[in-house]
Design a protein around this ligand. Structure first.
Ligand SMILES: Nc1ncnc2c1ncn2[C@@H]1O[C@H](COP(=O)(O)OP(=O)(O)OP(=O)(O)O)[C@@H](O)[C@H]1O
Ligand SMILES: [Mg+2]
Length: 228
């Protein structure tokens, strides 16, 4: 099966003073080996959807399947393990723990899967080198530029060699030139076994995906797909 993530009738409502229906019975399958961009106006539910795909939040209704396994949202410990092993997540900002260096931020993510600290450190160093940031390894997040922070966040998302990468406006707080650099790193992470989904407000970056999606009225609409 090439469907790595499937959504069946996924709905999500928030209940504050009144009920807000954000996602409305979404049915969609994401294919391994492809990159998807997710656009849509502010408030349309992009982050809500990504948070469900990463099991950080649970749907109000519906079924999420990852690698042919139906996710039980009450099994939080097990879901944390699945997330550590399979999913790399990159946010717009504040990705890194401020009290830890770049190197620590990256290798600590690996310790969720292994207790071999020195191997984790070596692995982190290799990935940080690929990001061109060896000279910034011992910097704290406050001592990194925005672009450097995002590259470290990508390194951290990659250390467990995830099959799935979810990025929520990963370049939203960067200038265009730095954003281009970060996106080119993101595109280079594509491989036949991996699924990459990113939310963006930037049409130029959205157009680079294999499949362009838009959140419209609580649902996913395919704008174009260069495959299928
Ligand atoms: N925890 C929450 N409680 C109540 N409402 C929420 C909560 N989280 C999100 N919402 C609402 O759900 C809607 C969708 O929010 P979401 O963050 O998914 O939008 P988005 O498409 O990511 O927007 P942006 O482009 O601004 O990041 C918004 O109207 C928001 O106010
Ligand atoms: Mg958002």
């Amino acid at each position: 099966m090439n469907n790595l993530i499937s959504l069946k009738n996924i709905s999500k409502s928030f209940l504050n003073n009144k009920k807000i229906a954000v996602l409305k019975k979404i049915n969609y399958s994401f294919t391994r080996g492809k990159i998807y961009s997710l656009m849509g106006p502010s408030g349309s539910g992009k982050s809500t959807l990504l948070n469900i795909l990463s099991m950080i939040d649970k749907p109000t209704n519906g079924t999420l399947t990852i690698s042919n396994k139906v996710i039980n949202f009450s099994e939080t410990v097990n879901n944390d393990k699945i997330r550590s092993k399979k999913i790399g997540i990159i946010y717009q900002q504040n990705n890194l723990l401020s009290d830890f260096t770049a190197l620590e931020n990256v290798y600590l993510a690996n310790l969720a899967l292994t207790d071999k600290k020195y191997e984790a450190k070596d692995r982190a160093k290799i990935i940080i080198k690929k990001m061109g940031l060896t000279s910034r390894e011992d910097h704290y997040p406050s001592e990194l530029s925005g672009g450097e922070m995002q590259r470290i966040a990508i390194a951290r998302a990659l250390i467990n060699e995830p099959e799935i990468i979810l990025a929520d406006e990963p370049t939203g707080s960067l200038d265009q030139a730095t954003a281009k650099e970060v996106f080119s790193i993101l595109y280079n992470l594509k491989n036949k076994n991996r699924l990459i989904i990113y939310a963006t407000h930037n049409r130029f970056f959205a157009n680079m995906a294999d499949c362009k999606l838009e959140m419209i009225d609580g649902n996913i609409k395919t704008i174009n797909a260069r495959f299928k």
